[in-house]
Write a protein that binds this ligand. Structure first.
Ligand code: ZN
Length: 381
């Protein structure tokens, strides 16, 4: 039974992979239109929220009542298909037990299983005791334009029309319920030295030496972070880019170091910035340079507290005792801040995401579908 569903879902997933939604530029409206057509052919009435530049969200709701709404959420965009691929990233071909392609696990597999679960639930809509909403967004991988636009236009309406708004985010969790995810704070550290002729380096202060000292020192900071063990694992800090110097024959007056500081639930952006600055100030020998820290990007972590009744219900359906942490960024934090009780649960592994030959196990599609159906019944029937 589940095996049959997996094959149908694999066909649907392949079609979705063939619609290229690499962001930038995204072009997610093409995929939204494809999904809208499937929904319409099943007698449903989807809405496309057009955000311009061929980018769009799509949503569709069935059921009624003001008690609760369950949202099946995912993102339509995928990251670029870089690196050496053995399989065409936009073909969606099955090879052995896996289906390959960009978005195979992150997260068109989740979309396909959610779409099918939604359509099949709609066939028994009269049994629903609340609202079920399919809600796929554009631009998750870059700037969260889709979700933020949706929340500003419809979020308030969602909140007011149901006492509780639950959400399942179908990111690749290997079908384990995750109640939290890491956040990230990214900074440029600008290093300032003093320029001089390169034949007289002692007359200057080399910003590149200062930058090198920072790179060295931050590996100590990373070690310190890894020694902080929380129930969600440890934070981390990595240097991911470095730039510096003005001219081949001048001592560098400027250099900069880019850092990516992953946060665990509970860490606040302002505290993290202070901590990084204190590390540079007190624990780093800048070799005569000065530096300042410039925030480049901030993305908060998320946490749906254990004990939340929605979380307990879905963990029971998944046969899981302890919720896990989703180790990448996702939109759970934004949804939680907007008043949605959101958890992350989907087919495929995060280890295969953003990699060449991204894949999902075909049999996991049927399992994800069945699990979504069980959760829908549990919450809404
Ligand atoms: Zn994703």
């Amino acid at each position: 039974m589940a095996a049959d569903k997996s094959q149908d879902l694999a066909r649907l997933l392949s079609e979705m992979i063939r619609i290229n939604t690499v962001s930038p530029p995204g072009n997610e409206k093409d995929l939204a239109a494809y999904i809208a057509e499937i929904l319409r052919s099943n007698g449903l009435e989807p809405t496309i929220q057009d955000l311009g530049n061929n980018r769009a969200n799509i949503f569709c709701e069935i059921g009624e009542g003001d008690e609760c709404r369950l949202i099946l959420n995912g993102h339509l965009d995928v990251v670029p298909a870089e690196g050496e691929w053995k399989h065409d990233p936009f073909e969606g071909r099955i090879d052995g037990e896996y289906l390959y392609g960009r978005g195979a696990c992150d997260m068109k597999a989740g979309l396909a299983c959610m779409l099918q679960a939604f359509i099949d639930t709609a066939k028994e809509e009269s049994r629903l005791k609340g609202r079920l909403k399919l809600f796929f967004v554009t631009d998750e991988e870059t700037s969260n334009l889709g979700l933020r636009s949706y929340i500003s236009e419809y979020g308030e309406k969602d909140r007011l029309s149901a006492k509780r708004n639950y959400a399942l985010i179908g990111e690749p969790t290997d079908l384990n319920v995750c109640n939290s995810h890491y956040g990230v704070e990214r900074y440029w550290i600008n290093v300032h030295g003093v320029s001089a002729h390169s034949s007289k380096p002692e007359l200057g202060v080399n910003a590149i030496s200062g930058a090198a000292a920072i790179v060295d020192s931050l590996s100590g900071y990373h070690k310190e972070l890894r020694s902080r063990v929380t129930e969600w694992g440890s934070p981390s800090c990595a240097v991911t880019m470095i730039e510096g110097g003005e001219k081949q024959n001048s001592i560098a007056a400027h250099a900069r170091v880019f850092i990516d500081r992953r946060t665990v639930p509970g860490e606040k952006a302002e505290d993290v910035k202070k901590e990084v600055e204190a590390w540079l100030d007190e624990r780093t020998d800048l070799r005569g340079c000065t530096c300042d820290t410039e925030l480049y990007f901030t993305f908060g972590s998320g946490l749906l507290p254990s004990g939340n009744s929605f979380l307990s219900a879905i963990m029971e359906e998944a046969g899981q005792e302890k919720a896990e942490v989703f180790p990448a960024g996702c939109e759970q934090g934004i949804m939680l801040s907007a008043g949605y009780e959101a958890a992350v649960l989907g087919p495929g592994s995060i280890k295969d995401a953003h990699m060449p030959d991204e894949k999902v196990r075909v049999s996991d599609l049927g399992k994800a579908y069945e699990l979504y159906r069980k959760i829908i019944s549990r919450i809404l029937m």
